[in-house]
Design a binder for this molecule. Sequence first.
Ligand code: FAD
Length: 487
Amino acid sequence: PSPRSSVIIIGAGVSGLSAAKVLAENGIGDLLILEASDRIGGRIRKEKFGDVSVELGAGWIAGVGGKESNPVWEIAAKLGLRTCFSDYSNARYNIYDRSGKIFPSGIAADSYKKAVDSAIQKLKGRESNCVEDATNRTDFTLQVEQPIFAFPCLDAKKSNANENILVFSFMHLEFWIEVEPISTYVDFGEREFLVADERGYEYLLYKMAEEFLFTSEGKILDNRLKLNKVVRELQHSRNGVTVKTEDGCVYEADYVILSASIGVLQSDLISFRPPLPRWKTEAIEKCDVMVYTKIFLKFPYKFWPCGPGKEFFIYAHERRGYYTFWQPLNTAIPGIHLKLAADLLLCHQHMENAYPGSNILVVTLTNDESKRVESQSDEETLKEAMVVLRDMFGTDIPDATDILVPRWWNNRFQRCSYSNYPMISNNQVINDIKAPVGRIFFTGEHTSERFNGYVHGGHLAGIDTSKAVLEEMRKDERQNDKQNQNF
Ligand code: FAD
């Protein structure tokens, strides 16, 4: 049997590694990290596609330029990670209908504004699921949701920071308008930067791991990190936790920090003995999971418009969310070496130069469309995407030569892209999701009250959880001291 550890951390994503680092810095040398997959990083993951690295998971550092500094931005800056300012303000001027016509910007802007005003009125009236035909073209369904990173607010520009977040469809497109203060933007600033570094966003995690785990030549060789260890059972009591993995190993610890995603917690991957109390399972069920998929398509040459104002294009189709948001990778990835914050504003102007030959388009799908595409073959997805592109750009465009479809939903170690708390939910849900059960502590982006859904949410949650565990350990020590004195 393995020696008993003080703390076992389940999961080596950003939250698990941040938690482990704080523990190590506080003298907990006998920690153990069990990771189900064959790599660290979790939902931060790069993959080689064509000649470049693409980010299948988190791509942006959101929340930059505000009064407080985003800790992930700080780490990225220290490492010199290449990033690029993302500007969404022109997206609404690049809307194509099915016949390849671009909506005149005046009409698009007018209808858009009407739809926004009207949606805000509806929201104020606290009605939900209403359908209105405000202008013959505008058919909007009011829904309240968390923003999607790449296009949270398009042109609504977080102008009214005191209300709520709104999702509505306009000409059958889904738009997200932020009308509620999103803590990320309020605290850290409204800018977003795309990570455009060959080493990947995950480089940040390797560097973090390097600070407390033994590494050599870019590889982690420390036996306190165990990969391919799928935790299936947590048996817990007043005295400790027994962790069982799929390959039949058993590990013992005083405490466990569990960083598996909300999607995993909702699945039956990990069982608890005794079972989790009802307040916990109910809270876990209440949190929605978002699936968000970036599909990458490689072409022999570039046929789409590019240049300033053409960073995104949008496809209008009667089916909501059907291959709607497109982004050329070579325009989305400029190369700047991030050293001085002042450089950041300049990078926008150098966009064309980064990977001029990559000829990659990225299309973003969410929820039902993501799940549908995950369940079909990549060839089918490629065919569908080509029909859409030919609608927009004509029949003589070349076929894509390669496609990459990440599968976050079907991955049993993820089961989601990120958590999405219902708008009207009270803080009790997130507090219950975060609250420990005996010696099992919960962490991960879904436990971050202010920043759930984001990399910095995961990072800060990991730090918080490990501090809570350290506090418990100190309490144990004090109690032991007292008992010893009594003897
Ligand atoms: P994870 O990264 O999921 O880490 C949990 C780890 O636990 C995983 O490695 C998993 O393999 C492991 N695990 C699960 N079950 C077990 C088990 N039973 N036993 C052992 N190990 C287990 N955030 C941003 O800030 N900006 C973005 O632009 C952005 N875009 C995104 C785009 C996509 C497509 C996705 C998927 C996410 C995006 N996010 C973005 C969110 C961000 O990636 C996450 O919030 C963050 O990475 C979550 O970190 P975590 O540590 O909480 O969870």
